[in-house]
Write a protein that binds this ligand. Structure first.
Ligand code: KG4
Ligand code: ZN
Length: 358
């Protein structure tokens, strides 16, 4: 019998300081031996968004404690670990460097293999923590920095089908929350207050909805929310109507664009057996889950949503991606450096900036 692989994972790409110890089990999924996440919500709340220098300082202050807590809770010593994985990008360089450097140091002094994980691969493989899902699958990755449809062909093999040409979906939620003064963090606040509003009250734009395949755009929607927010005159009911209408518009966009992505997936993979995985922080949103489940029933495909604790940033998914890469012998040197931009599909066109043609 082969030994079950165990990894320590470390994540500091944005505003969560996280460490986890994960062991692959005999079912091919993960035993979560520990999963510690320290959120910096209180640090960034008064600014209504993540302040990179504050985030880096908080990571520095917390990281050692978080790693020690994860190790203690797992009851696994560094000696028993098969390797160490830390997020190497994409993200804020000042933040990434904290987790990456400590991960590399631990690997060096404990003489263990080191893997610098792409945070997006962490999200992409995160469903595997709980459920064994065969490749290929269609991934809708929706987070604070990214919004993409991808074919996940295998570990380290991705084909991008579509992406946002401007804001990420999480960013659109966060900016809407800020414009409407709904509180921080933005996504969960918009979801919460939308329940109090009429989602059909405002008709808002669905940018590039009938062109550009499954590429997405949210900037025009955000501008429309800003314009309407200036006419609210402190009317609380109307504010909730606007939040609800924003969320409803997002759901209409995701419904239509996912429909296109499923068709493209079928054509490209020659496979009618579609599994859609929705991952990343925004995948915690219950209305989005309900909306895409409805589409899956209409189009007859399967959906899978990771447990909420694995949607937002966490180190369990980083350790898991480390295990998967380790098993494929995709091991890094400790000279791997932090990267602010690191697409999963290196051949995908860069979709932002002037001159973009759709
Ligand atoms: O994956 P994540 O934790 O960090 C990044 O990799 O960016 O995603 C964070 C994003 C934030 O924009 C946050 O507002 C959003 O996920 N988010 C949500 C919800 N929970 C978190 N957006 C909408 N509804 C939610 N319930
Ligand atoms: Zn993330």
């Amino acid at each position: 019998m082969t030994k079950n692989i165990t990894f320590l994972g470390i994540e500091t790409s944005c505003d969560e300081t996280a460490a986890a110890v994960i062991r692959e089990n005999d079912n091919g999924t993960a035993d979560i031996l520990s999963n510690i996440v320290s959120s910096q919500i209180s640090e960034h709340k008064k600014f209504g968004g993540v302040v990179p220098e504050l985030a880096a300082r908080a990571h520095l202050e917390n990281i050692e404690f978080i790693i020690n807590t994860a190790l203690d809770k797992s009851k696994i010593s560094l000696d028993e670990m098969d390797g160490i994985a830390a997020t190497a990008g994409p993200g804020l360089i000042v933040c990434l460097t904290v987790g990456l450097n400590i991960g590399k140091s631990i690997a060096t002094f404990s003489n263990k293999p080191f893997i610098g994980v792409n945070h997006l691969e962490g999200h992409a493989l995160s469903p595997g923590l709980e459920t064994k899902i065969d490749f290929p699958y269609l991934l809708l990755l929706i987070s604070g920095g990214h919004t993409q449809y991808l074919i996940v062909k295998n570990v380290n093999q991705y084909e991008q089908l579509g992406t946002t040409i401007d804001d990420a979906l999480g960013e659109a939620f966060d900016k809407t929350a800020k414009m409407l003064d709904l509180g921080y963090p933005g996504g969960p606040s918009v979801e919460k207050f939308s329940k109090l509003g009429d989602e059909n009250f405002f008709t808002l734009p669905e940018p590039i909805i009938s062109r550009a395949g499954c590429n997405l755009s949210f900037a025009g929607l955000k501008t429309a929310v800003l314009r309407e927010s200036k006419k609210l005159n402190g009317n609380i009911k109307m504010k909730y109507n606007l939040a609800a209408s924003f969320q409803n518009t997002i759901n209409k966009i995701l419904y239509k664009k996912t429909k296109i992505a499923v068709k493209i997936f079928k054509e490209k993979t020659n496979n009618n057996n579609v599994k859609l995985i929705v991952a990343g922080g925004v995948a915690a949103n219950k209305t989005i889950r309900k909306n895409l489940t409805k589409l899956s029933q209409e189009m007859d495909f399967e959906t899978f949503y990771p447990n909420e604790k694995f949607c937002g940033d966490n180190a369990a998914m980083i350790a898991w991606a480390g295990i998967k890469r380790f098993k494929m012998k995709l091991i890094d040197n400790t000279d791997v450096s932090a990267k602010s931009r690191w697409p999963l599909d290196k051949a995908a066109p860069y979709m932002k900036g002037p001159g973009l043609k759709l």
